[in-house]
Design a protein around this ligand. Structure first.
Ligand SMILES: [Zn+2]
Length: 258
């Protein structure tokens, strides 16, 4: 029996459309369907959100290698969608953390909010710079393109956001339950931790290309943190020197607060 795909109109035999992969007659939405879809989105063995979280937490370099170099684009949850989602979650958690600190310590941290908003922009700027660095030190050996390293840098930034979510959650809980001041991420330990994660991801990615190099990987990790710190210092400098602090935002009626 020939079926006509409801999604793309192609005629096919069997259970799934051979053009787009949609199931034959998915049927009208019932609440059972809705629950199944939501459950599926989170727990799908390979392509679910939790699966990609676990894989990026254990071996981000391998995920990036399979996605970019081996062209396994359907194996995982879409990495571009993942980047957008994880960035949004990180921004949300960071905002909650700032609001909690303000309410417990009765302080105003306008710069914190400024940075929460702009750090997401910072993230976007970091990607091409990091990609350029990776491409410069590696492409002669492996022929990968700048654009491919851009995807890799995006995966690395997603991993950084995952680390931020965990650290900011601890900050939040520490402030909420123990009135603990000081953030886990504002110290050299967190920078070293990030350098370690980035170096590991780089090593794994290039090891799969048979080009694993510990010095290059360490250099990339250090470069990653240097870019972040460099851009941060630049923004602070620019805001303080050229805009007389946050006054410029007040002028336009923009207020940073929870
Ligand atoms: Zn179809």
């Amino acid at each position: 029996m020939t079926n006509t795909c409801k999604n793309c109109g192609v005629k096919f035999n069997g259970k799934f459309c051979n053009q787009c992969g949609q199931k034959n007659n998915p049927g009208r939405f019932s609440f059972k369907h809705i629950l199944e879809e939501v459950f599926h989105a989170f727990t799908h063995a390979d392509k679910g959100f939790l699966s990609i979280l676990a894989k990026l937490a254990t071996d981000p370099g391998k995920v990036a290698y399979e996605y970019i170099v081996e062209e396994k684009r359907k194996k995982y949850f879409n990495l571009f969608t993942f980047f957008v989602l994880i960035t949004a979650i990180a921004a949300f958690v960071e905002n909650k953390d700032l609001a909690m600190q303000e309410s417990v310590f009765h302080t105003k941290n306008e710069y914190g909010y400024l940075f929460n908003i702009y750090s997401k922009g910072l993230l976007i700027i970091t990607i091409p710079i990091l990609a350029a660095f990776l491409w410069l030190i590696n492409h002669r050996k492996n022929g990968l393109m700048f654009s491919e390293y851009t995807v890799f840098a995006m995966v690395l930034m997603s991993v950084k956001s995952m680390a931020d979510i965990i650290v900011k959650s601890f900050n939040y809980l520490g402030t909420a339950f123990f009135s603990r001041q000081g953030n886990l991420d504002n110290n050299i330990g967190y920078a070293i931790f990030l350098i370690a994660i980035m170096s590991y991801a780089n090593y794994s990615f290039h090891k799969n290309l048979r080009q694993g190099s510990i010095p290059k990987s360490l250099l990339t990790g250090i470069c990653f943190c240097t870019i972040q710190v460099g851009i941060t210092i630049f923004i602070v400098w620019a805001v303080l020197n050229n805009f007389q602090g946050l006054g410029i935002f007040d002028m336009y009626g923009i207020r940073f607060s929870g």
